[in-house]
Structures are given as structure tokens and as C-alpha cells.
Design a binder for this molecule. Structure first.
Ligand SMILES: [Zn+2]
Length: 413
């Protein structure tokens, strides 16, 4: 058999296929043509590297230009970072989805999907103006219609449950978001952790908000930012332990997305993981205000999401690996699990003969690497996962995105 390319001698980790071992992967006409211990012919030697089903970032912000500086370039977050599929969380809305399709999803080399915003305006400037995000600014019927008409790119609904919104409208917007999700037959993805300041003169108990929110979530819905350093995540501000109500939700099939972003806190993550909760999907949550781009830091530093700790998807993988999740489980959070969350297990998330050749090749560096969060905590990790290249539909893209934090963070171990 002839191939256009063979990835030779890499360690293939593919949780959905139950595969972890050294294999060659042959590609022909943009599709996976063979996976076997040794395929005849020359190829790209990836010995010592890890070969994964194309990585899926479940939480990106890539509605470039329309959402202001918030939206990053899709391919910088995607293929140039070793990621073959990026899901924009709440950038496009029912009003702006056609632009997202024409200007972002279609020209991108990356497979671009979205969780459509529950709000008419979408994620403009990173949801900067709370008055644009009340229940009056939601149109259930229109959003359901647009979601149903665009199933190839709309795979869920995005809304926020946090004390700033709750101080203005209670959980009304979440309930409308749930109505949209039900009408469209798609999962609801809920942001946890404070986003807006509380309305003047009000005070919302973040624990009470979580207690009211969680029962609204159904199987397949997603709770995001469980490890947030802001009030309103999985850890009760009252007790310092995981909210008891979260367990019942996980039991009925609600899943957990890390949504790293500027929210991630080692302290919170450690407490949640030690309690026995494993994140199901990862989601880097990179956007124009929280990533390190040398150029534009000055005018971004005013933004509430401004972050200083460099991160990306593989950096987030390194963090949960460091916190004790197994490598195979970490891989599942960016491959098989997100494919399931997106209802696309038949297309992405595993390497199978006949499927489009979406493949990520990463390296796991050994040493001592400083990993930090935005609450000022740093840890020294022995392993650092870095992207090398990916294939998207068989086309090869080197991981040269300026958003990938430099690997020379090596410090004396
Ligand atoms: Zn986000």
C-alpha cells in the first residue's frame, strides 16, 4: 500500500480506541489509511514523540475583530498550536453567526466549531458590558432556529452563572439558556466564577448561586471553570470543600470542563481533584486579554481578565498531569471526551482507518518546569507537554504559534 505520509515509530495514545503503544500511522488522500506496528516505506520519524487523535480545545475565543481584542486568530489557537479543532465559547450569537461562518470558520485551516451565545450580542469585547447580557437581551426562538440551521458548526449553547449577573437578574438568563439548549437539542455550557461586579447595593452569596444553578443542569451539560480563583466555582467559600450539590450533578452526567484561562487556580484544582472529581474536558480558554502577546499588553492590562501567567492547551495539560491525573486521562480530556461532548465521536477524537487525518504530535519534556497561575502560585513540574506539529485533514502544520509558551522555562530541578 502506498501512503502520502507515514508517521513512524511514535507512541500512539488513543483512549477511545484503547490504544497506547508504538505504531506507524499511514495517511492517504487526507485520511487515515492504516495503523500498524510497522508500515513499509519511509516517513516522518516521530520516535520518542506522542501521537494523539487531533487535539480538541473545547474553550476558545476566536471571533477575531468582531469581538474586539478578545478574539484571537483561529489558526494561532488551532493548527499552529498543534490543535486541530477549536470550539469558540459564546463569541458568535444568533445575530452574528453568519459572519463567524464566513470570516472565521470557512477560511480557517483549523476545524472551527462553536457553542453559540445565549445572548443576542454574543461575546463582544469579552462580555465587557453587563447591561448587554440580561434576559431582555435573549431571544430563545431565534437562537434555537439558528442553532438548528447550522448543526455543522453550532454544537452547544454558552451562558454564564456568576454573582454579577445574578445580582441583576437572578438566574433568569440561565433558565433562558437552558430553554435554548433544550429547543436545539444541544448541551448547555455554563461559566462559573465572577465575571461582572455585583450591582451596587447588592450582595449575592456565591454558594447559594451554585446551589440554585446546579439542579438546572442535565446530562451532557457542562460546568466550566470549576477551579476558578474567583468566587462561585466548585469550592464552597463557606466550607472550603467541594459543594455537596456538585456530586449529584456529576452522577446524572453533567460534565466538567477546566476552562483554564486566567481563572485556573492550583489551590482550587488540587482541592477538587483530591476530592475525587476528574475534569472531563480541558479547554484552554485563551483570549486576547489573557494570553501573553508581547506587543499589546499595555492597553489590555485594564481588562478584568488580564492575566500574566503564560498558558495554552498543552500547558494546561501539563498542569493537570502534574496534579496527578494519568497521561491517558489527560489525553482523553482533549480527544475522546470532547468529541463526545460535541456529539461528534463518529468524526473526531480517535484515530481510525477511513477517518480524516486529524492528528496531533506532542513531545513530553523531562526536567523542572515552572508552571504558574494567576493567583501567584507556581509549581515545579517534572514533565512539560509541548506541541510539535499536527495534521488537519492530512495537511501538516508546524506548532509555531506565538501563543505557545516557550519551553525553556526549565529551572533547576
Ligand atoms: Zn472563556
Amino acid at each position: 500500500m502506498q501512503f502520502d505520509m507515514i508517521l513512524k515509530n511514535g507512541r500512539v495514545i488513543d483512549p477511545a480506541a484503547g490504544r497506547d503503544g508504538v505504531f506507524d500511522v499511514g495517511i492517504l488522500d487526507g485520511k487515515i489509511a492504516a495503523i500498524a506496528p510497522a508500515l513499509p516505506g519511509d516517513g516522518v520519524d516521530v520516535a520518542g514523540k506522542i501521537v494523539l487523535p487531533g487535539m480538541i480545545d473545547t474553550h476558545g475565543h476566536i471571533y477575531q475583530h468582531v469581538t474586539g481584542k478578545f478574539g484571537l486568530n483561529a489558526d494561532m489557537v488551532g493548527v499552529a498550536s498543534g490543535v486541530t479543532t477549536v470550539v469558540d465559547q459564546g463569541g458568535p450569537s444568533c445575530m452574528t453567526l453568519p459572519g463567524f461562518r464566513a470570516f472565521i470558520a470557512e477560511p480557517a485551516k483549523t476545524r472551527v466549531l462553536c457553542f453559540i451565545s445565549a445572548y443576542l450580542v454574543g461575546g463582544l469585547e469579552g462580555h465587557y458590558y453587563p447591561e448587554l447580557y440580561g434576559p431582555e437581551q435573549v431571544n430563545v426562538a431565534h437562537t434555537v432556529r439558528v442553532a438548528k440551521e447550522n448543526p455543522d458548526i453550532v454544537r452547544g449553547i454558552k451562558a454564564h452563572a456568576e454573582i454579577g449577573g445574578a445580582s441583576r437578574w437572578g438566574l433568569d438568563v440561565i433558565k433562558l439558556g437552558k430553554e435554548i439548549a433544550r429547543g436545539a437539542g444541544l448541551p448547555l455550557y455554563i461559566h462559573l466564577g465572577q465575571l461582572w461586579p455585583e450591582k451596587e447595593g447588592t450582595h449575592i452569596d456565591p454558594d447559594e448561586l451554585v446551589r440554585e444553578l446546579v439542579p438546572l443542569m442535565d446530562e451532557g451539560d457542562v460546568l466550566a471553570h470549576p477551579f476558578t480563583r474567583h468566587p462561585g466555582g466548585f469550592i464552597s467559600t463557606e466550607t472550603g470543600d467541594v459543594h455537596p450539590i456538585v456530586w449529584a450533578a456529576l452522577e446524572r452526567g453533567v460534565t466538567v470542563d477546566v476552562g483554564h484561562g486566567s481563572h485556573f487556580s492550583f489551590d482550587m484544582a488540587r482541592r477538587v481533584l483530591e476530592a475525587g472529581i476528574k475534569p472531563y474536558t480541558l479547554g484552554a480558554d485563551m483570549h486576547g486579554y489573557n494570553v501573553k502577546i508581547a506587543s499589546a499588553d499595555k492597553d489590555r492590562s485594564e481588562n478584568p481578565f488580564f492575566g500574566v501567567a503564560p498558558f495554552n492547551l498543552t500547558n494546561a495539560m501539563s498542569k493537570i498531569l502534574h496534579l496527578g491525573m494519568s497521561l491517558n486521562d489527560v489525553v482523553a480530556t482533549v480527544t475522546s471526551n470532547p468529541a463526545k461532548m460535541l456529539g461528534m465521536s463518529d468524526k473526531i477524537g480517535t484515530l481510525a482507518v477511513g477517518r480524516e487525518a486529524d492528528i496531533s504530535v506532542v513531545d513530553i519534556l523531562d526536567g523542572g518546569f515552572e508552571l504558574s497561575d494567576n493567583s501567584g502560585v507556581s509549581v515545579t513540574a517534572e514533565k512539560m507537554i509541548v506541541p510539535v506539529f499536527c495534521l488537519r485533514g492530512g495537511a501538516r502544520f508546524v506548532a509555531n504559534s506565538p501563543l505557545v509558551p516557550p519551553a525553556e522555562q526549565k529551572i533547576a530541578a
